[in-house]
Design a protein. Structure first.
Length: 183
């Protein structure tokens, strides 16, 4: 499944990453406050370029385990202000997972929810998923608040779920079912 690009919302265009997005991408992905809760920490331009190169190949889903990784372009700002992902967890069980990252410069404007909501629509309406999940560190309140505003339900709080950046970390799991999706 390859969505028709760009995926448009009221304010945003979600599209496949391009190598020319490096300046915008590095501007936020190298920031310590952005990397605090991310598994794939990048702290310099070279590491960011490597991650971006991988993301440029993730524009369609054809099977389990694949990621749709898209740039969040805000025409008003004239640049990429974040990124979103949709992972196809299981074709058989019609399961997916979303994630999102937004530049701190553009947080607090509802853009993360708008972009993540567009991925929920793609997952439910185009891919035919039955259930979509999202995860967050409990300390990342802004992230799990986005999930709640999207209508996702907190299903679990796993204590000391994994060693993350040298310490035990909890994880919150949120989910939404297709029949709960209101679009």
């Amino acid at each position: 499944m390859r969505p028709a690009y760009p995926i448009k919302t009221d304010r945003l265009h979600l599209r496949p990453f391009e190598l020319t997005d490096l300046d915008d991408y590095a501007a936020y992905r190298t920031l310590p406050e952005v990397n605090r809760y991310l598994l794939n920490e990048v702290t310099d331009r070279a590491a960011t370029a490597g991650l971006l190169a991988t993301k440029t190949t993730q524009a369609e889903l054809t099977g389990d385990g694949q990621w749709l990784a898209l740039a969040v372009h805000w025409p008003e700002a004239g640049r990429v202000v974040g990124d979103v992902v949709l992972k196809w967890l299981s074709e058989e069980h019609r399961q997916g997972e979303i994630g999102y990252v937004l530049s701190p410069e553009f947080q607090g404007r509802g853009l993360a929810g708008e972009a993540a909501g567009a991925l929920l629509r793609v997952g439910f309406e185009e891919l035919g998923l039955h259930r979509i999940t999202a995860q967050a560190d409990p300390r990342n309140e802004a992230s799990w608040r986005v999930m709640e505003r999207l209508g996702m339900r907190r299903e679990a709080h796993h204590r000391h779920h994994q060693v993350f950046k040298g310490e035990w970390a909890d994880v919150l799991v949120y989910a939404l079912l297709a029949d709960e999706w209101t679009g």
